[in-house]
Design a protein around this ligand. Sequence first.
Ligand SMILES: C[S@@+](CC[C@H](N)C(=O)[O-])C[C@H]1O[C@@H](n2cnc3c(N)ncnc32)[C@H](O)[C@@H]1O
Length: 240
Amino acid sequence: MIKYPYYDTIATRWHAITGRRGGAFKELILNDALLSAMPGIAGKTLLEIGCGNGYFMPLLLRRFSGQVPNALYRTDVSQAQLKMAEKQFPIEACRYEILDVYRPFPAALPPADLIFSSMVYNEVGAPGLQNGIRESARLLSDDGLIVTCVLHPLFIQKQQERGVLRKKGNVWLLPGAEGLELPVVPRSLEQYRAVFEANRLTFETQEIYGNEQLYKVKPKLRELKDVPVALLVRSRKKQI
Ligand SMILES: C[S@@+](CC[C@H](N)C(=O)[O-])C[C@H]1O[C@@H](n2cnc3c(N)ncnc32)[C@H](O)[C@@H]1O
């Protein structure tokens, strides 16, 4: 079984491998897609779920430099990841909370206008996904936005079919950069959609593919060039 929280055991390695831009796929493609999905930060309360080494929030602040947010929260289930974020990518006004998507969100968190997570929910089981989205919907301000990015269900399915995933106990593992294996949970796009809709959230999707620049650094991904690598979801409260 994977020790929990797994990232407590790999936080240093994770930072060494993914660094200041999150690794090749994020640096070349995903970061920009995520930032383009966000509407600005002026006067907003921002909540990041599963911030990892924390590289992303500085990019967000830089993209919208000149805009002053109301409050910033970086959260993760792993204390080691939070410490890494605080040390490697310090943001003076940022607050830090341990947050496990399987559990009620910390009482210290206020309503938020922009709640975002990248590559978190594809690692957690159905109860974590359901609770995380329910809690996010509860905290979301009336005109707020949730931006969620996961490994695309078709990408995980394809890697499973090709025998790339390895099963350890009841956990599927996907080999990543430098042999670091990460847990993945195979589920369909419809299963994701059902969770957002059950919480009266819209489900506007964007599929993120690789590109030539990425294939130069990660040649094996070219074999999957017709398969989206990531799924980006923008959600707002449904108007009743
Ligand atoms: C693949 S990393 C992504 C980190 C960061 N968002 C990024 O894009 O680099 C997944 C992150 O989700 C966190 N995580 C895993 N399970 C979680 C849970 N149950 N609740 C909250 N965060 C969790 C891990 O600790 C880890 O930092």
